[in-house]
Design a protein around this ligand. Structure first.
Ligand code: Z5A
Length: 216
């Protein structure tokens, strides 16, 4: 398998449901803009018109013909391949920062941890269709019950949000295992704190990362 290229200007945000990624993303984007240079904020699944259409297929709550775990994995990677080719790589090539709300780690956590797809298959897809690893990944970690209670106000949960607690416990545990295995890339943020504190911790971790980068 081809080794992944580490993209120091690709920064990703991960976490379980209701971890508060949306809130933190704007604080991180502001901090990157203060640092200087173009900042592209994007998300997965999605980030391009086609990838957003795949997202709709993935999250549609109709369970009559719900995707199997393999179909779900392949749709996630179809969306990601389009996103990487059309948005992420071009932005990195012109020297922009790319701040993505979820990236390949989400497939390791949700499809690997949550659904039980084997890690070697996911790693193969990652190597073949992504080829990139973020320089920094901020993992917003929150107990499942806390995150789910926050997300409860939503009008209609999507297909994945409708999973049982056990699924989200496996996702959380897979995320924490990824962070433990790659401490040089991951920063674990305690997302059970008040939103302003979570954002401040995330920005502080980003600032430390930026200080450690060689000057471009
Ligand atoms: N998925 C996958 O399975 N495999 C993959 O490879 C990828 C994704 C890429 C959509 O992702 C689904 O796709 C997701 C994983 C799967 N499924 N689930 N579940 P998404 O990232 O678009 O959707 P999400 O995970 O459901 O996002 P979210 O629940 O919206 O999470 P969030 O952005 O982290 O939360 P938020 O919108 O910022 O906050 C939620 C609520 O909590 C909101 O009312 C806030 O005001 C409140 N909040 C936020 N922070 C706090 C704090 N600190 N205290 C109190 N209240 C707070």
């Amino acid at each position: 398998m081809t080794a992944l290229e580490i993209a120091s200007r690709l920064i990703t945000l991960e976490g379980g449901e209701g971890a508060g990624k949306s809130t933190v993303l704007s604080a991180l984007a502001q901090a990157l803009r203060r640092h200087g240079g173009e900042v592209v904020t994007t998300r997965e699944p999605g980030g391009t018109p086609l990838a957003e259409r795949i997202r709709e297929l993935l999250l549609h709550p109709d369970n009559a013909d719900a995707p199997t775990a393999d179909t779900e994995l392949l749709l996630m990677f179809a969306s990601r391949a389009q996103h990487v080719a059309s948005v992420v790589r071009p932005a990195l090539a012109r020297g922009a920062w790319v701040l993505s709300d979820r990236f390949t780690d989400a497939s390791h956590a949700y499809q690997g941890g949550g659904r039980g797809v084997d890690g070697a298959t996911i790693a193969m897809l990652e190597s073949r269709f992504v080829g990139l690893q973020p320089g920094l990944t901020l993992l917003l970690d929150v107990p499942v019950a806390v995150g789910r209670a926050r997300a409860q106000g939503r009008a209609a949960p999507d297909r994945i949000e409708s999973e049982a607690d056990g699924f989200f416990e496996r996702v959380r545990s897979a995320y924490r295992d990824l962070a433990m295995a790659q401490p040089q890339r991951f920063r674990l943020i305690d997302a059970s704190q008040p939103a302003e504190r979570v954002a401040a911790d995330a920005v502080a971790a980003l600032d430390r990362y930026l200080q450690g980068l060689p000057q471009a």
